[in-house]
Ligand binder design. Structure first.
Ligand code: NAP
Length: 276
């Protein structure tokens, strides 16, 4: 078993995830895993970094597929005896003018962005070594979508006692409400991506609380962040930040020094803690 520290970035064959891997290859003192659902696209991305003189390793990971997540978990357990850094970056967004019915957009978006990310956490967080770091890539859209929720929902999502089961129930209810076309009446905003990212931010707050309760003394820091508006296939060419600039806040959180006692359980953008 290797004692080398290990970092994993989900959805990193392109976009912000790829830029996060590039930065970690330069700064993280250990093995860095570029992961992708499609091995061809993943290996191509590793080769691109190799041309830049950077050495990333590859492992397949489809966050929609529990078997794939568990295969990565078993690999990390066996080869490294755990995990030091996890960046949950993989995500999807329908384009604004996409005509796919809203209920389908809601189901598909929540499946990857919330439920997929949660499944990765369920399987990989127990592997975290002391002083480990977790970064969940959310979005400022989670804050604006929160503002568009009913007062009752806002209260639930801001609660310091909401449980993971309750959050899952709410995310499931959103999808069900869109199918019945009652989501607005039920207090939801009209954005599937926004609700999925509310899920990611609130999940991060819950997970940080659980780490405080269950692993106090292990100095693990877990946060959610927004990378900014970044020129990728998701956001398009008009966005203001390059992928390398978008990687800055996630990488800052992934590389917090071992003597840092925060941020933890926070939502950040531009390396600054934002009010939730
Ligand atoms: P992107 O260029 O579309 O890249 C998304 C990455 O996620 C791709 O590598 C994609 O793989 C992967 N992915 C999607 N579904 C996956 C799955 N089921 N399993 C594994 N990987 C999967 O988007 P991006 O702009 O870099 O976005 C990265 C993250 O930042 C997302 O969470 C996004 O919501 C967030 N974000 C982006 C912006 C922005 O302005 N760009 C702003 C705020 C937040 P494939 O190549 O196989 O599709």
């Amino acid at each position: 078993m290797s004692n080398v520290p290990v970092a994993v970035v989900t959805g990193s064959n392109k976009g912000i995830g790829f830029a996060i891997v590039r930065a970690l290859c330069k700064q993280f003192p250990g093995d860095v895993y570029l992961t992708a659902r499609d091995p061809g696209r993943g290996q191509e991305a590793v080769a691109k970094l190799q041309e830049e003189g950077l050495c990333a390793l590859f492992h397949q990971l489809d966050i929609d597929d529990l078997q794939s997540i568990r295969a990565l978990r078993d690999f990390l357990k066996e080869k490294y005896g755990g995990l030091n850094v996890l960046v949950n970056n993989a995500g999807i967004a329908f384009k604004v003018h996409d005509t796919t019915p809203f209920a389908v957009q809601a189901e598909v978006t929540l499946k990857t962005n919330f439920f997929g990310t949660r499944n990765v956490c369920t399987e990989l967080l127990p592997l975290l070594k002391p002083y480990g770091k977790v970064v969940n890539v959310s979005s400022m859209v989670s804050s604006s979508a929160l503002g568009g929720c009913s007062r009752e929902l806002q209260q639930k999502f801001r609660s310091d006692t909401i449980t993971e089961d309750e959050l899952v129930e709410l995310m499931t209810k959103f999808v069900e409400d869109t199918k019945k076309s009652v989501h607005e009446k039920e207090g939801w905003p009209n954005t599937a991506y926004g609700v999925s990212k509310i899920g990611v931010t609130v999940l991060s707050r819950i997970q940080a609380r659980m780490l405080n309760e269950k692993r106090k003394g292990d100095h693990i820091l877990l946060n959610a962040c927004c990378p900014g508006w970044v020129r990728t296939d998701m956001a398009g060419p008009k966005a203001t930040k390059s992928p390398d600039e978008g990687a800055e806040t996630p990488v800052y959180l992934a590389l917090l020094p071992s003597d840092a006692d925060g941020p933890h359980g926070q939502f950040l953008s531009n390396k600054t803690v934002r009010t939730w």
